[in-house]
Design a protein around this ligand. Structure first.
Ligand code: KIV
Length: 279
């Protein structure tokens, strides 16, 4: 007899971390992929503001609006039987407490997201706390923060120097104390990812943050090798093309589902990320 499929919740993510089960996360933006990812066993689906790049074709995430995220969340949410849905608060949508609350309300009420994600370190602690005490679960995104591209100039690995690494470790603690339920680390040395995870009271998801974190996330189009970055020959180091692997293995029917299933299995087994995907 088939076991009933249960929708994952925030406690399940904490339970997975405690049990040492890696959390497999992936972005999605539409119903077709939502169904496939959910069936393939993706635990957490993110409506990422990366949609500004992989769906809209922009060079940054800056133009993405709350309405864009709500629209794509509405496309995805009704099709998830099991996966936990997180949605990005886009650029400047959390610049003040009121704006953060309004935007989160839209993502959760209209978009049916279970958690919102915002970028930034300790300077966002008051926003995280303001949302958390009002029942909004928050994922705090540290390391490379694409919404700060116009302050940084280029996308590059963060936390390489000792002082920057210590500052990030401190940011992670402050954000968790402020009420963040999940941390996301992007493009940092694997050793720093491991340290932050070891000291974090909440699950830590990595993208280019090494293997010793509690879970991994990638952008869907990168996993399939079809994002504009990949097509234009600018594949980030942490990306692995699972569709190419599925084709090479002679997979025919359900190629995309097989590729996403392989990603989930490799995250769960620890086969991904391999050393060549790490900094
Ligand atoms: O916007 C996004 O898709 C993200 C992931 C890359 C983590 O923030």
């Amino acid at each position: 007899m088939n076991e009933a499929i249960k929708q994952l919740n925030i406690a399940d993510l904490a339970r997975m971390r405690a049990a040492g089960e890696k959390i497999a996360c992936l972005t999605a933006y539409d119903a077709s992929f939502a169904l496939i990812e959910d069936r393939a066993g993706v635990d957490v689906i993110l409506i990422g503001d990366s949609l500004g790049m992989v769906i809209h074709g922009g060079s940054t995430t800056t133009p993405v609006t709350v309405s864009d995220i709500v629209y794509h969340s509405k496309c995805v949410a009704p099709h998830l039987k099991r996966a936990y849905l997180v949605a990005d608060l886009p650029f400047l949508s959390y610049a003040t407490l009121d704006r953060a609350l309004d935007a989160s309300q839209r993502l959760m009420q209209e978009g049916a997201a279970k958690m919102v994600k915002l970028e930034g370190g300790r300077e966002q602690a008051n926003i995280v706390e303001y949302l958390a005490v009002r029942g909004v679960p928050v994922c705090a995104h540290l390391g490379l923060q694409p919404q700060f591209i116009h302050k940084m100039g280029t996308f590059k690995v963060q936390g390489r120097e000792d002082a920057a690494a210590e500052a990030m470790l401190h940011d992670a603690k402050v954000l968790a104390e402020a009420g963040a339920d999940l941390l996301l680390l992007e493009c940092i040395p694997a050793a720093l990812g491991a340290r932050i995870t070891a000291e974090s009271p909440v699950p830590v998801i990595g993208i280019g943050a090494g293997l010793q974190v509690d879970g991994q996330i990638l952008v869907l189009q990168d996993v399939l090798g079809i994002s504009p970055q990949v097509t234009l020959g600018r594949t980030p180091r942490f990306v692995k093309n699972y569709l190419a692997d599925a084709k090479a293995s002679g997979e025919r029917a359900g190629l995309i589902e097989a590729a996403i299933g392989a990603y989930v299995r490799e995250v769960k087994s620890g086969a991904y990320p391999a050393p060549e995907h790490c900094f």
